[in-house]
Structure formats: structure tokens, C-alpha cells
Design a protein. Structure first.
Lengths: 471, 341
């Protein structure tokens, strides 16, 4: 069930109608049933997998909390990690590693023949696995009290707005909201409605209109050349931003309507000045998850520069692999790892060349933002290609032979991006993600009207799935 | 006794009523604005896209007592048979990825309106047997409406029919199905009524293909597309019974049926999974066992030697030269079949 479908609108209307007139305990039951129905609409068989993961983590969490024996605690944590990561590995990475090993041996002239499984990837597995896993880890670290109610834990893991594509919530943030009665305030409803409108605009107008422009180039890289390649890469930058942050906005919006506050996942990422800044703005729930559960346990920046660089590289490599079982995702992660290291190394030089005057500072800010956007786009090239060999092909084709083509992509961006850029700019300048709420009524009315008109006139309803569902 | 923790509570409704009147007026204004934009936008889209003809009317007008032959099947029939070239008055009942289940629904509407029908030509193929038309069309059923079906004729569950009915309501239809006001349309391509290459009533459901086969679209490529194209063994569990019901329906009317396997390029035959062929033969066995021999003619021309590379538009569709050659081979049969009754 896609957010951008009539089915979801009817589903949510029904769930919300019930939710508003029920008491807290009944609300949780409605959420439990609705969330499982929502997930089961994709493939009900994978509900068993989801429930297995939740059962293991719930009981491991309780057992870890009950025992003081460090070895037993470690064993229980290991059981939770192995079962979570084992399922994730089997469903997401088995085929990839098996094929890669076969390829490697073949290059040495050795033919390996073993069973290759055609495994269907359960939707949202990477998201809910990480969310559920953080629960047991936090209990192990004594940062969280386990819940005694399995039904509430199920609501925490399967909460339908964010189940299949995040944000990856932490138990310490979401679980208390499940346990305690929620209050749907007028302010929350206003914020939620705004986020839903913005999210639909980002998805059906921006992302889905960029999709054909991007596919025209990336699906036939050998035929693409000239400016159209660069235009397609930039279009993809906005497609993936519109798609993923649009999903998050709708997820956050629907949650707010029900009195939940789920974490911010995007904060105007293309205004980032450097890689560190970018990862504080892009897929924040994943970057902070990787920081807290991978980078810091690896040693973080505590072991000197070399260890820091190693930890950064490893974290970003695994972050890339989290997105998908393909080498181009690994390359994307590695590229961002390199960017983070290069930026750390270049920091003293950047401080030296920073201009002192106000005008110079503004120009410097703009320059850094533009340069980093180019780096980001190169990353998206790695992310979007079907195979790594398409990267040199597309980069070569961009200049050989060069042509002033791709005008349609540029025109589409020029027509559709202004409302998004306007919203992002005012949010960035004010530092307030809800600044629009404080605009005078006529301005708000105009903005709402423009966004909705864009959706009606230019949005592709129910045409394309969300990109991050595949992860 | 008042329950301490009532399951049902109306706090939010009461809280909304307590909001200042100006706030509630603002909400009403917003809802009105959205409604106006939706209705006006929908109307603009409808007018700029051109008025949609009443679906199915031109097709249904072809189905009368003059109709002698119906050629029913998937795109292979739509591209392969030009009824205008044949000696008997005929029409194509085709849509991209039309399966036997779909053909049956259409024929149930058509047969009573065509009392003088002399021959029913049914595509004998793996596509109508294994494809899930509804999944393949993915909510855009205009190619079926073109044939005279309505939402409520479609093989959908009650819930899906209601959702589809909503999508096709006057206001939402343009938003769902008509071309957007976006420059990306020029890249994405417009979506003509009835889908691409579906033919129309003027051509009696025939769409000529001028191109010839190449490595870009040969049988290997087409087989791969068919694999991805909802061509699954389990769909045959619905399509085979539908085919048998069509044969029953024809037999009840003493209507001769030709099960015609259209020519496929050799690259298609070479690359096709063996399982497809086994399942096809199983279907033919069922059909032959069930139908009176005097009413059933099987023409397996998949590898007819007269068809050369130059007759194919791709791995499994004929081009205009192939269409003419097929007419030359097929038309003489009609004279013989006509003598049955």
C-alpha cells in the first residue's frame, strides 16, 4: 500500500477515525492491527519474519535486563544480533555475496557451482531490523528499560507510518510515546497536515517527474551523452531527495496527526557545506544510528587520526551496503567515507582561506555549498547506476561528444523545483522546520494552494513506488 | 455507573467544536480552496487532453448481425491480423496482454449481439494462458473499456472495483489517467486512450507495425520481457478454465472455433523456457479433448516455414508484410469452415 494511493487515504481515514474516539489502550490495539495489515498488504508471508524478529528482540531485551551476569547479558545480546543480522544477511545479501564469490573464483579460472537462491527481499527489512536491534542494544547498554508489554513493543516496531522506509526510530524516543497516552493538540494537527501536503508535493511532483528524465539516461547509458548526462544526475539528486524526504514528511505528518513525534530525517541536505554537515542533514536517523551503534563502538575518533579514518571508512562502507546488495552502493559509501576523511584533512587549509569580510564570507558559503553539491551529485551517480562500469561510461559520454542537450530535463527542473527551493530556503534561513506555520494567513493560503495545484496538475499519482522501499 | 476509563471518547470532537469560530472558518476556507483547485485542475486537464470518447461505444457498434468473424487474443492478434484484408466481415477483440479470462468476459458481452457470427478465432498462445492482465495493466484498464467493458465487468474483487470506480470518477479520472502538465511528459511519453498500439474501431482493432526484427527486439529480448511481464504458471489456473468456458460457450452456439497459434520468430522459440511449451501443449490437449472435433480447428503456425525474418516486427509480433502473408494463408480456411453449418 503506497502512501500515494487511494487505498492509503481510505486506510488512514478509517484508522484515524477510530483512533480519535478510542482510549489509549484501544488506540494501541488499532495501531497494532493497522500496522500489521499495512505491512501484510505487500506480502503477508513476511509478517512471520517480522514477528520472529520482534519476538526474539522482546524476550532477549527482557532477559538482558533481568540478569546481572555480564557473560549471560553478552550471550543474549549476541543472540539478538545474530538473529537480526542473520535474517538481514540471508534475505538481502546472500545472493549478492554468493554471486560475487562465484565471480571472484571465476576470474581465477575456478568454477564454483552451488545453489543460488532467488530470494525475495522483504520490504523495509533494513529499516525495521535496525530499529528492533537498537532496542536490545540500548537495554544491554543500560540506556533503556525494557517494556513489559509485548503488544506495545509490536506497535513500536511496526508503527505503520515509518515501518517500511523509516525514519529508523530509537526505542528511547518512540517507545515511551507508545506506552503513555498521547494528546493530539491543534498545533500537532497543523504541523502534521503541512508535512503531509509538503510530502505529497515532494513525491508526486518532484520525484516522480524527475524519474523519467533520470531513467532515460541511466537505463541506456551507452546512448546518453553531453549535458543530458549532467542534467540527469542533478535530476536524480532531486528525485531521491523528493522521494525519500517526501516519504518521511508524510510519515511524520501522519504520526503527528496521531499525537506521535517521530524524528526528523532530512534538514535541507543540499545546503550542506561539507560531508560532515551533509550527514547531519541527510537520512539523519541512519547516520546517527551508524554513529551510535557502529562508529563509536569501533572507537570513533578516540584512537588518533588513522583509527578515526579507518572507523569512518568502515562505517560509511557498511552504510553504503545497508542501502543495497550491489557494488555501486558500496562504492557510494566508500566515496562518502573518503569525502569525510578528505574534509578532516583539509579543515586547516579551509580555515586559512576563509575570507574575513561579510561579502567574502557569503561568497565563500555559496562556493562551498556549490562545490559540495557537485561532490554529492557524483555520489548520486555511483548510487543510481545499475553497474559500476556505467560510471566511467557516463562520465566519458558527458564530454565525448559534448552536446547542449538535456534541455527538457532542465526545463522540468526549472518549472517544478521553485516551490521546493522556496520552502527549503525559508526553513534554512530561519533554522525552523515549521516556519511556514508562522507565516501570515494569506501567504500560507497561497503556498498551500500552489503546492496542491502542482500536485493536481503535474503529479503522477500512484505511478512510481518509493525508492527506499527496496532497501 | 460511569466507567472510569471509557473505550470510546469524544474529547477531540468536543475540542474541535470549542475552537474559535474564525479558526473553523479558516479550515472551511482551506477545504473549499482545495476542492476548487481539484475540480478546476481536473477540468483543465480534461479539456487540454481533448474530450475522451465514451469508451467502448465505437467498438460495440461493430458488433451486430453483420459480424462474421471475431479474432480474439493479445497484442499478437492486434498486430498480426488486419480484419479489413479478409474476405469475411470481422473485427479484432484484442488488448495488450489480454488473457483468456479477459477474452471470456468480452465475448460474453459480444456473442449475443452477433447472431450471424460464423467463426471465432482464438489466439492459442502462452501469453493469454500465463499472463495476469489486471496486474499487467496496473490500474489503467482503458484498453479493456475500449472493448466495451465497464469497471464492474472486470475480474476484480469488490474492494478493488470500488477503488477503481473512485479513480475513474469524473474529478479524479484526469488526475489519475490523463497527461500531466509537465515538461517531463515529453520524455515519459503521452498515454493515448486505450494504450499504445491498441488499434481502434476504424481499423477494427488492428495496428500496423512497419519495423523489422533486430537484435534489440528479437526473441531472446521478448522472452526476457515476457518473463518479467507477469507471465506466471499460476495464472494459468485461472486462464485455462476460462479458455474451456469460452469453448463451451461456442459449442453451445454451434460456433466453429479456430485455435490459431500465430507465427513466432525462431529466436523466440529457441529462447523460450521448456516449461512454457509443456504448459501450452497441456492447454491444447484440454481444449481438444473438450470440444467436438467438427467445431474445433487447430492451426499451429508458430514455426510456419513461409514466415521469414522480414515478416517479423520483433520476436513475437508480425509486421505489415507478415500480416499480408498471414492473410494469404488464413483467408482460404474461412471458405472451408463456413461450410460446417
Amino acid at each position: 500500500m503506497l502512501f500515494n494511493s487511494i487505498d492509503f487515504v481510505l486506510f488512514f481515514a478509517l484508522v484515524y477515525g477510530l483512533y480519535l474516539v478510542l482510549n489509549h489502550r484501544a488506540q494501541n490495539w488499532v495501531l497494532l492491527v493497522a500496522s500489521n495489515f499495512f505491512y501484510g498488504c505487500w506480502d503477508w508471508r513476511f509478517l512471520f519474519l517480522l514477528w520472529f524478529t520482534m519476538t526474539v528482540d522482546f524476550f532477549c531485551g527482557r532477559a538482558i535486563h533481568r540478569t546481572e551476569d555480564p557473560r549471560a547479558r553478552k550471550r543474549l545480546l549476541l543472540l539478538s544480533l545474530v538473529s537480526n543480522l542473520g535474517i538481514l544477511f540471508f534475505f538481502k545479501y546472500f545472493g549478492f555475496f554468493s554471486a560475487s564469490l562465484q565471480e571472484l573464483f571465476r576470474s581465477f579460472g575456478v568454477e564454483l557451482s552451488w545453489v543460488t537462491l532467488n530470494i525475495v527481499l522483504p520490504v523495509g527489512i533494513s529499516f525495521y531490523t535496525f530499529q528492533s536491534m537498537s532496542y536490545t542494544i540500548d537495554i544491554y547498554r543500560r540506556q533503556l528499560q525494557p517494556t513489559t508489554r509485548f503488544d506495545d513493543f509490536v506497535v513500536f516496531v511496526t508503527f505503520f507510518p515509518q515501518l517500511v522506509a523509516g525514519p529508523i526510530e530509537r526505542a528511547s524516543h518512540l517507545l515511551p510515546q507508545v506506552l503513555r497516552p498521547r494528546v493530539v493538540t491543534y498545533s500537532l494537527v497543523r504541523e502534521g497536515a503541512w508535512l503531509i501536503l509538503l510530502g505529497y508535493f515532494k513525491k508526486v511532483v518532484i520525484a516522480d517527474n524527475m524519474a523519467p528524465l533520470v531513467a532515460a539516461v541511466f537505463d541506456h547509458p551507452e546512448q546518453a551523452h553531453g549535458l543530458s548526462v549532467a542534467a540527469a544526475i542533478v535530476a536524480f539528486a532531486f528525485q531521491i531527495y523528493g522521494d525519500f524526504s517526501g516519504y518521511t514528511d508524510i510519515a511524520r505528518g501522519t504520526s503527528k496527526l496521531m499525537g506521535f513525534d517521530i524524528m526528523l530525517n532530512f534538514r535541507m541536505p543540499y545546503f550542506a557545506l561539507n560531508p560532515q554537515d551533509f550527514w547531519k542533514r541527510w537520512h539523519i536517523s541512519l547516520s546517527t544510528w551508524l554513529r551510535d551503534y557502529l562508529y563509536i563502538p569501533l572507537g570513533g575518533n578516540r584512537g588518533g587520526p588513522v583509527a578515526t579514518y579507518r572507523n569512518l571508512s568502515l562505517t560509511m562502507l557498511l552504510g553504503g551496503l545497508w542501502h543495497g546488495a550491489a557494488w555501486h552502493f558500496v562504492a557510494w559509501g566508500a566515496f562518502h567515507g573518503l569525502l569525510l576523511i578528505a574534509h578532516r584533512l583539509a579543515l586547516p587549509v579551509l580555515e586559512l582561506v576563509r575570507p574575513a569580510s561579510a561579502a567574502g564570507q557569503r561568497a565563500w558559503w555559496l562556493l562551498r555549498m556549490a562545490v559540495f553539491f557537485v561532490f554529492t551529485c557524483f555520489g548520486w551517480l555511483l548510487f543510481r547506476v545499475d553497474r559500476l562500469s556505467d560510471v566511467p561510461l557516463l562520465l566519458g559520454n558527458m564530454f565525448q561528444p559534448f552536446a547542449w542537450n538535456g534541455k527538457m530535463a532542465l526545463l522540468t527542473m526549472a518549472c517544478l523545483l521553485p516551490p521546493l527551493l522556496l520552502v527549503d530556503i525559508v526553513q534554512e534561513k530561519s533554522g525552523d522546520m515549521m516556519v511556514v506555520k508562522r507565516w501570515p494567513a494569506p501567504f500560507r493560503l497561497a503556498l498551500y494552494g500552489v503546492l496542491f495545484a502542482y500536485i493536481v496538475m503535474t503529479g503522477w499519482v500512484e505511478r512510481i513506488e518509493f525508492i527506499y522501499f527496496q532497501f | 455507573m460511569v466507567h472510569a476509563f471509557p473505550v470510546i471518547k469524544l474529547d477531540y470532537i468536543e475540542a474541535y467544536i470549542r475552537l474559535p469560530a474564525a479558526t473553523r472558518r479558516w479550515h472551511l476556507g482551506l477545504a473549499f480552496l482545495f476542492l476548487v483547485i481539484l475540480v478546476a485542475g481536473s477540468e483543465i486537464l480534461r479539456r487540454t487532453a481533448g474530450v475522451e470518447p465514451a469508451p467502448g461505444v465505437p467498438y460495440m457498434s461493430l458488433v451486430d448481425d453483420r459480424l462474421e468473424v471475431i479474432y480474439a487474443g493479445s497484442s499478437h492478434v492486434g498486430y498480426g491480423i488486419d480484419p479489413r484484408l479478409y474476405s469475411m466481415n470481422g473485427m479484432n477483440v484484442t488488448a495488450g496482454a489480454l488473457n483468456y479470462e479477459g477474452i471470456e468476459i468480452v465475448l460474453r458481452r459480444y456473442l449475443d449481439r452477433a447472431p450471424n457470427l460464423k467463426i471465432l478465432v482464438l489466439e492459442a498462445g502462452i501469453v493469454p494462458l500465463r499472463v495476469d492482465t489486471m496486474a499487467r495493466l496496473d490500474g489503467d484498464y482503458r484498453s479493456l473499456y475500449r472493448l466495451g467493458l465497464t469497471t464492474f465487468d472486470l475480474p476484480l474483487g469488490p474492494y478493488e472495483k470500488v477503488i477503481q470506480w473512485l479513480r475513474e470518477s469524473r474529478v479524479l479520472y484526469p488526475v489519475y489517467f490523463m497527461d500531466r502538465w509537465s515538461p517531463s511528459l515529453l520524455v515519459w511519453g503521452t498515454r493515448p486512450l486505450g494504450g499504445e498500439g491498441e488499434g481502434d474501431a476504424d481499423t477494427r482493432g488492428f495496428t500496423p507495425l512497419e519495423r523489422t526484427i533486430s537484435t534489440e527486439n528479437d526473441g531472446a529480448v521478448v522472452v526476457e520481457i515476457h518473463r518479467l511481464d507477469h507471465l506466471r504458471a499460476d495464472h494459468a489456473t485461472r486462464n485455462l478454465p476460462a479458455l474451456l468456458r469460452i469453448l463451451d460457450m461456442a459449442e453451445a452456439r454451434r460456433l466453429p472455433v479456430v485455435l490459431l497459434r500465430l507465427p513466432h520468430h525462431r529466436t523466440y522459440v529457441e529462447n523460450r523456457p521448456e516449461e512454457w511449451e509443456r504448459q501450452f501443449q497441456d492447454m491444447m490437449d484440454h481444449a481438444i479433448r473438450q470440444t467436438s472435433p467438427e467445431l474445433l480447428t487447430v492451426l499451429d503456425w508458430e514455426q510456419h516455414p513461409a514466415f521469414l525474418d522480414e515478416h517479423f516486427a520483433d520476436g513475437d509480433h508480425l509486421n505489415v508484410r507478415g500480416v499480408t502473408l498471414l492473410r494469404d494463408l488464413l483467408d482460404p480456411f474461412w471458405g472451408r469452415l463456413k461450410t460446417i453449418d
